[in-house]
Design a protein. Sequence first.
Lengths: 319, 176
Amino acid sequence: MQRLLVTLALVLAATSAAAQVAIQEYPLPPRLHAHDVWADPAPDGPVWFSAQRSGQLGRLDPKTGKVDLIALGPNSAPHGVILGADGAPWLTDGGQNAIVRVDPRTGAVTKWPLPEARGYVNLNTAIFDRDGIHWFTGQNGVYGRLDPRTGDLKVFDAPKGRGPYGIHVTPEGVVYYASLAGSHIARIDTATGQAAVIEPPTPGQGARRVWSDSKGIIWVSEWNAGQLSRYDPRTGQWRQWKALGSRPRVYAVYVDERDKVWVAEWSAQVMLRFDPATETFETFKSSSATADVRQIHGRAGEVWTPESAADKLVVYRSR
Amino acid sequence: MAHGGQRIEFCCHAPRDGSGVEMPQGCSIRPAPPVTRASVTPALFARRVRRYFGLGLGLAVATLAALAAAGAQTLEGPRLFQRCYACHSLDPAERGLSGPNLRGLFGRRAGTLEGFDYSPALRRAGARGLLWTEETLDRFLEDPEEFVPGARMGGVWLRDPAERRALIQWLKEAAR
C-alpha cells in the first residue's frame, strides 16, 4: 500500500548557524502505538518499530514511506525493539512475556518465553553485549540474559525490586540499565550476572533510560526530575541539567554519532538536543501537538523518534 | 452475576440449630437469580446434593465449593495484578511510581489523586465525571486508549472478561 509521505522540510533555526536540522514525518497506520524504534545502520536502510497496541513489528522504508507489519502472536504487546548482529529485529514482548526474534527475510517469528515460575515480568528493553548475549529488563523487578546460540535464558532479581527499564552497552561492553521505580542506574557484571546499584544525586529522580556515548559516559533521562544527567564511570561523578519548562518530564535519551545527546521532553512535547561542550539545549518540534516520544534511536546524520500518540515516525536530519 | 447469587444464597441460610438468629435485612425478600449454568452457586449445588445425599454431605460440599471459589479468586487476583505492579501500588505509603496509587480507587474521580501527575486526558475525563467503579474499570482495563484516548496507560490491557472480573473483584478488597 502506498503511503503518503509528508515532508515538512522544516529547517529550524538553531543556536549555531551550522546546526540546522530538517524534520521529516512518516505517517503510520492508526492505532499502532509505536513504542520503540531502531534504525538499520545502513543509509536509507529500514527503520524497525514495535507496534505495542497492535502486537506487531513494523518496518518502514524511508525511501518510499511504505510500512510493513508482522504479527508477533496472540496477546503480543511489544515494548522494545533492537537490531542484532544477525541483522534481525529482536523484541521484548511484554504481552507474550517472551523475547521475540523476527527473521528479516522470511518474517518467521521465534520466541523465548520467560520461565513460567517467574510469572509476568513486564518485559521492557534489551541490548546485545559485545559477546552477542542479549540482556533485557523487566519492570516488575528483574533483568536477565539470553544466549541466542544455546537458548540459555537466565532471570535475575533486580537489587532494589521493581523498576528496571532502559538498558544500553558502552563501547567497552559494559551493560547499564536504569530503574524507573527504583530511581537508580545499575551496572551489570556480564560474567557473573550481578548488578551493582549506582545512585544518582537527585532523590526520587525516576531514571528511565540510559545511553552510552562513544567514550563510555552514561547519559540518563530522569522522568520525575525532568533532568538529563551524566555519569562518568571513571570518576564516579554526576552532573545534571534540568529541561526547560515549569514541570518538565524527560522520557527518552539517545547519544548520536557526534556525541550530542537527544532527549524527549513531554511537558512541552519537544525534542531537545544537548551539546555537552556548551551545556546548552536546542529545541525541535514536529507538527504533532502530542507526540509522546518514548524512545530514540539513530544512525549517521539521522535521529528517529516513534510518536506513540500521533502514529508517526519522525526523523531529524542534521546537515 | 454468579458472585452476587452466591452471596444471596449464603446470607439467607437459616440457622441450622433453630436458634432463631436474625437474618440480615432484605435476605428473605430477594428473588433468587435465574438458574443458569453460571448461577448454579455452591449453595444451590449443595441443596441439590443434600436432597439426594443428606444434610452432612451437602454442608461439606458447600463449604468445599465456597473455599474453592474464594481460593481461586485469591490466587487469580495477585497473578493478574502483576500486570499493574510495575507502575501501581496498593500501599498508601508508596508514592512516586509512574502510575497513581490504587488504595481507595473505587469511588475515586479519575485523575484526581493528590500529588500525582496525570495525563491531561485522564484529568479531563475526571472533570467530566468519570468515577472508578466496577463497570468503568472493566471498560478501561479492556482497552485504556479506547476508553480514555490519551490516558497513557500504554501496553497494558486485559481482553479476557473473566480475567477483568477476577482482578476487579480482588482489587475491591485489596484497594480498600
